[in-house]
Structures are given as structure tokens and as C-alpha cells.
Design a protein around this ligand. Structure first.
Ligand code: NAD
Length: 290
């Protein structure tokens, strides 16, 4: 039976020796990133390497963006594993290969995603299913495979470089909270809502294993994905720049600190949370009224 008296740890001076730069360190941490061949996933790979960690990329596309090779120079251990997050058997094999080669998994960022843009009444079952498979099931499977390994490590004598046994960071979206102006992204919005709900459920279920689960929900961020959208629909470029109250589009730089924070001991007491990085757009629109 649970005791009615709390076993309170009365020491309150730990913070005196906890240097903030040490808290943000990812030294020796191995972090798997799905969708790491380009875009947000690749940029967060730079953040991890700069913080002392080792990023390991998984992507369905075996031909990474040229910036991947800059990262590889900085972090020679960097490797891209070609795998599809919707193919569970292949993905399980890929995680096995990663553990054989890198020995452990301390963090996982799920950034693989697609964003179909088509009116709701025209969406085909096959295309909707593909969006849900990649954005929801792919996130679920990657998180599950990472958490299994983190749990295994926690039971081994060699402890993790971090005080938490693992940290999972899912890339959701502002689209989980509001419709994307001028875009037809019904299934995408639904999928990102599901990612946030999944993270909340896992944060509770995995807390006793000291595995933390949080999400980052970016607003409009300049990547090849949003560049391609702007090329085909120039009107949207104006929305991307003018709608955020901060009156600019986000850059991937704006996400780097958040990812390192959530992966590191700096966020040791944060789980089930969401960092909305939108230039203020999730909070509202600023429009001058005469
Ligand atoms: N760019 C933005 O403005 C923005 C805003 C909010 C959320 N997001 C989210 O951030 C994530 C990354 O977006 P991005 O802009 O970098 O896109 P991106 O298209 O540049 O990169 C996505 C990567 O995921 C990979 N991928 C797609 N399907 C896959 C699969 N089945 N298996 C493995 N890899 C797969 C792609 O090959 C690609 O390298 C996505 O989940 C996206 O929804 C992006």
C-alpha cells in the first residue's frame, strides 16, 4: 500500500553545482533522427553534433542534401541509414543495425513527414493513408523502437551519459492547433494532432522508465518542403512571412536550441510538453485595425 507520508528529498542545493552549459551538453549521446537526410531533421543533426552528440540519420531517401556532407566532415561518425518509417520490419532491422554500430540510443527525433495539400473533398483514401502512415504510424514505430533500446540500456550497468534514460522529441506542427491559412491540409493537421496526443500518452507511460517524450511544433520554417510550396503557390510565401506576429518566416536555426534543450538534462523534469516555435502565430494574428 502506498505510504501517506511523502519521502521528501530535502536537499535543495543541487542547482549550485549544476552548470547550465553542462546541462545542455549532449556529450557522447547517440541521437537517431528520422527524416534526417534534409530539412529540419538534418538541421537538428548539426545542433546535436555542435552540442557534442552523435546524430544518426534514417531516411527513405538515400541521396541526402549537400549539407549532409558538411555535417559528416564535422562529425565523421555520422551515417545515413536508408529505411522507410512505414515499413516496420525494415525499420526494426535498421534500429538493430544502429545499435550494433553505435552501441546505444540516447535520443530520438522523429522528423520524417509529408504534407499533402489538396481540398478535403478530393483527398483519395490511398493518399490520406500514406500521410497517416508516415506522420503517425512512422512516428509511433520509431519512438517504440527507440524506447525499447533505451529501456534495455537502463537495465544495463553502464549508465546513460544523461540523467534521464532517454529523450524522444517528436516534430509535430502548429498545424495541430490551427488550420493552415490558404492550404488544404486536413489529414496533415489531423496527423500532427495525433503526434501531440501520442507524445502525451507516452510521456506518462514511459515516465517510470525515465524516458521523456516531448514535441516541438514549428510554424512556417524555411526548408525544401516550404520552398517547393512557395514556388508552386507564391501567395503562400506572403502568408509565411506576413502572418506570424514577428513578421518573418522561421529558420531552422530557430529550432536548434529547442532540440538540444529537450534532448539534454537541461529539460530533465520536462515530459509530455510541447514547444511551439511559430513567431507567435499560434497565439494569434496581429493586424492593424483603423
Ligand atoms: N518546414 C516547415 O515549415 C514545418 C513546419 C511544421 C512542421 N514541420 C514538420 O517537420 C518535419 C520535417 O519537415 P521538413 O520541412 O524538414 O520536410 P522535408 O521534406 O524537407 O524533410 C522530410 C524528410 O522526411 C523524409 N521522409 C519522408 N517520408 C519518409 C518515410 N516514409 N520514411 C523515412 N523518411 C521519410 C524525406 O525523405 C525527407 O528527407 C515534418 O514532420 C514536417 O511535417 C515542418
Amino acid at each position: 500500500m502506498a505510504s501517506s507520508v511523502a519521502n521528501l528529498n530535502r536537499s535543495n542545493d543541487t542547482y549550485l553545482s549544476a552548470n547550465v552549459f553542462d546541462l545542455f551538453s549532449l556529450k557522447e549521446s547517440v541521437v537517431v533522427i528520422t527524416g534526417g537526410a534534409r530539412g529540419i531533421g538534418l538541421a537538428l543533426g548539426f545542433a546535436i553534433a555542435e552540442a557534442g552528440g552523435v546524430p544518426v540519420m534514417i531516411d527513405a531517401n538515400g541521396q541526402p542534401h549537400e549539407h549532409f556532407y558538411i555535417l559528416q566532415k564535422m562529425c565523421p561518425k555520422l551515417k545515413l541509414f536508408v529505411s522507410d518509417v512505414t515499413d516496420y520490419e525494415k525499420l526494426e532491422k535498421t534500429f538493430g543495425e544502429i545499435v550494433s554500430e553505435f552501441g546505444r540510443i540516447d535520443g530520438c527525433i522523429t522528423a520524417a513527414g509529408v504534407c499533402p495539400d489538396q481540398p478535403f473533398l478530393e483527398r483519395s483514401p490511398a493518399s490520406v493513408k500514406r500521410c497517416f502512415d508516415i506522420n503517425i504510424a512512422g512516428t509511433f514505430f520509431a519512438a517504440q523502437l527507440a524506447a525499447r533500446q533505451m529501456d534495455k540500456q537502463a537495465k544495463q550497468p553502464s549508465s546513460s551519459p544523461s540523467s534521464s534514460k532517454g529523450s524522444i522529441v517528436m516534430i509535430a506542427s502548429m498545424a495541430a492547433h490551427r488550420a493552415s491559412k490558404g492550404q488544404f491540409t486536413s489529414d496533415y493537421c489531423a496527423s500532427k494532432g495525433a503526434v501531440n496526443s501520442l507524445a502525451k500518452a507516452l510521456s506518462v507511460e514511459l515516465a517510470e522508465k525515465a524516458i521523456r517524450v516531448n514535441t516541438i511544433s514549428p510554424g512556417y520554417i524555411m526548408t525544401d518542403m516550404t520552398l517547393a510550396i512557395s514556388d508552386t503557390r507564391p501567395g503562400l510565401a506572403k502568408v509565411f512571412v506576413d502572418d506570424p506576429p514577428m513578421k518573418r518566416m522561421g529558420d531552422r536555426t530557430d529550432l536548434k536550441g529547442a532540440a538540444v534543450y529537450l534532448l539534454s538534462d537541461a529539460s530533465a523534469y520536462m515530459t509530455g510538453g510541447e514547444l511551439l516555435i511559430t513567431g507567435g502565430l499560434h497565439a494569434g494574428l496581429y493586424e492593424e485595425v483603423a
